[in-house]
Design a protein around this ligand. Sequence first.
Ligand code: UDP
Length: 242
Amino acid sequence: MLHFASPASPLDYLQLPIQTLKVGALGTHKALGLALSKKATFLLASTSEIYGDPLIHPQNEDYWGHVNPVGPRGVYDEAKRFAEALTMAYHRYHNVNTKIVRIFNTYGPRMRPNDGRAIPTFIPQALKNEPITVFGDGAQTRSFCFVSDLVEGLYRLLISNTNDPVNIGNPVEMTIKEMAENVIRVTKSKSEIIYKDLPVDDPKIRQPDISLAKKLLDWEPVVSFDQGLKKTVAWFKTQKLN
Ligand code: UDP
């Protein structure tokens, strides 16, 4: 069983705060109960958000995180932290064969253009030569993993022997401003960058330490940001953007 149910874009979970908490907590409980009754292997899609606004860099799986439980992002972060705790409890007390993947920022074709996340927002803006909306001063960093690399990592984790959380992400880190400049370059856009308010509790840095995935799963990303961005831009060009 693969449990991916949850809004995952900050824009979505800020609009659906209670549903986000319920699916992460009550939904995960139901899904684990089903896995127990069917003797199924269970994989929880967790997130780098469980590290919050991290105080160590890069983030490895031993880091407990720095999360504001009562901030607007807390609805997602705490739901996923509870989901991890519940998953480990079902593993320890009910012997369910559970896996926990901590997914870092991922991108690729078929993201919604109005998804609210940075890459599917910037590409349509660039293709329409409209201003690119960078939040804050754009100095905050993220590390973006192409979707095919993520899927390979998930699959290897699913068939592995480990029950501990594993980071899956691409460690190549960049500032959001650099990412916007890459989008402008690849789309050959005339867009300018404009700066908007930074959302509350927006993490300042984020980069996965993937040593564990390398060791346990013999996995690391193979798609460069340039290659992945070109594939993603090609897909967005086939879409009707309004
Ligand atoms: N961001 C931005 N402009 C946008 C959307 C997002 O500058 O139109 C920033 C956001 O503030 C964050 C980073 O890009 O610092 C990544 O945001 P995203 O929503 O993609 O994922 P997050 O890492 O916050 O979950």
